[in-house]
Design a protein around this ligand. Structure first.
Ligand code: SF4
Ligand code: SF4
Length: 331
């Protein structure tokens, strides 16, 4: 379950459509009612509770109220945050309560993609806070890749060097973001990242972007598991504006929720070469687009074909083989 505490945010990211100046907040007691109901429906399941915003640290009192109530239940607690409102006390609280924390940070693209409300950049604040960030064990970093962000390798190396974290690069998957020129440039950037990894596989970790898509191939080839949609409304729910819905994106339009069964498995995918691996983008955006977004499909097909080439080229590499064996075991 995720909780959209409020859409309010202290940054003004170009690719994010939430109401960043919103004054609306959820009522934590109403969330706890829904949480207890779901817990009683699935008494043997371990839940992951994601504290989302906007920026969740702007609602610190709600984070604490909910955490104090549910922490005894053995859930995995997760918070994606831009991190700018972290301080020693908050870091201590998150660490003490075993939160998995993921920093939303775009590295070299930060000032372009994630400006502050006064239009100034925010990168310098991350550099100032990096020692504080390093106090969070197993801190993750997720980095959005949008149109204009093609130097994937350079940014991967920048973030790895600055924070000591292998970032998870995630495509912005909204309708209207990508065009064919942007797709071509992204694909060149992706091949550059793959070639760099092939040349250095003995001495570097598998970059997060490669790992993410390679895992889909591993899941299917080793376990015959296909991921056809994100699970919104199925095994993933969001508590947004005091109601439980499939995902925060669906909060304003019930007619979109009604279309989920139709788009969980899209007819266009059935004849596609990568259907067994592909996670098929964002369910909400596919419904909006009335089918898969062709520019993203071109990216997915390039990614999977490059990864299959990579696996073949690294066939004799023992470090890579060990990595693959571990992933197959964990899949
Ligand atoms: S690439 Fe596009 S058409 Fe092919 S499986 Fe993925 S979403 Fe479906
Ligand atoms: S609908 Fe889109 S944003 Fe919502 S959970 Fe699915 S992939 Fe994520």
């Amino acid at each position: 379950m995720s909780i959209a505490l409020s859409e309010q945010c202290n940054l003004n990211c170009t690719y994010c459509n939430v109401d960043k100046l919103s004054k609306k907040r959820i009522d934590p007691e109403l969330f706890l009612q829904q949480y207890r109901k779901k817990k009683s429906e699935y008494p043997n399941e371990r839940f992951q509770i994601d504290f989302f915003g906007g920026e969740p640290l702007l609602q610190w009192d709600l984070v604490q109220r909910i955490t104090e109530e549910i922490k005894k239940d053995g859930n995995q607690l997760f918070m994606p945050t831009n991190g700018l409102l972290l301080n020693e006390e908050r870091v201590d609280y998150l660490v003490k309560n075993n939160f998995r924390v993921s920093l939303s940070f775009d590295g070299l693209w930060q000032d372009l993609n994630r400006p502050q409300h006064n239009s100034t950049g925010s990168l310098k604040h991350y550099i100032e806070k990096r020692d504080l960030f390093k106090k969070i064990p197993d801190l993750e970093c997720h980095t959005m890749v949008s149109r204009g962000n093609y130097n994937l390798l350079e940014n991967h190396l920048f973030i790895t060097e600055l924070l000591g974290i292998n970032p998870d690069l995630t495509l912005v998957r909204d309708v209207g973001i990508w065009d064919q020129e942007a797709v071509q440039k992204f694909n060149i950037g992706f091949s550059e990242l793959v070639n760099w990894y092939i040349a250095n596989a003995d001495s570097v970790e598998v970059p997060g972007l490669i790992h993410h898509y390679l895992y889909h191939i591993i899941l299917y080839t080793s376990k015959r598991v296909r991921v056809d949609f994100c699970g919104a409304g199925d095994h993933y729910f969001s508590f947004s504006e005091n109601k439980l819905i499939p995902c925060n994106r669906f909060k304003d339009d019930n007619s979109m929720i009604a279309k989920i069964p139709e788009y969980k498995l899209m007819k266009e995918c059935e004849s596609c070469d990568v259907k067994n691996y592909c996670k098929k983008g964002c369910l909400f955006e596919n419904i909006k687009n009335e089918g898969p977004i062709v520019e993203l499909c071109d990216i997915y097909k390039h990614i999977y074909s490059e990864l299959i080439r990579m696996v073949k080229e690294l066939n004799g590499n023992s470090t890579f083989r060990e990595y693959m064996q571990r992933e197959i075991y964990d899949a």
